[in-house]
Design a protein around this ligand. Structure first.
Ligand code: SF4
Length: 121
């Protein structure tokens, strides 16, 4: 049995439907056929969904096994990255300006920059 991922972010832009999964990073333009398959999965009508659709949606993480604890896995990975010592990640944001305006964005898009200081003697 399957369920749609809690991390799915569906949205419509310019009459086109898109689906983004904030856990896997998968991002697709969604056809009406796939939208219908997702609706059927939501309703538990798995046997009405074409195998190819189910395989594609599972591969991208849009659909997961019903027993999968997505939040638990997310917390595990966060703790692994936060407290593990096998890797080091560093992000330097030189500016907070962004022109994309993704529909799921929570940034305020303020005009701020990473300033450099020129020290003169
Ligand atoms: S800052 Fe917001 S609008 Fe810009 S790319 Fe990231 S999520 Fe999208």
């Amino acid at each position: 049995m399957y369920k749609v991922s809690q991390f799915n972010v569906p949205f419509k832009r310019g009459g086109i439907y898109f689906l983004y999964n904030s856990h896997t990073g998968a991002f697709v333009k969604l056809s009406e056929e796939y939208r219908e398959s997702i609706r059927k999965i939501n309703q538990g009508r798995f046997n009405e969904v074409p195998d190819k659709h189910l395989d594609d949606l599972k591969a991208a993480g849009f659909v997961v096994e019903k027993s999968k604890d997505e939040i638990g896995l997310y917390k595990y990975l966060i703790n692994l990255y936060r407290f593990g010592n096998s890797s080091f990640g560093l992000t330097i944001a030189t500016t907070l300006q962004c022109n994309f305006r993704c529909p799921y964005c929570y940034e305020k898009h303020e005009d701020e920059y990473l300033y450099t200081c020129n020290m003169k003697s």
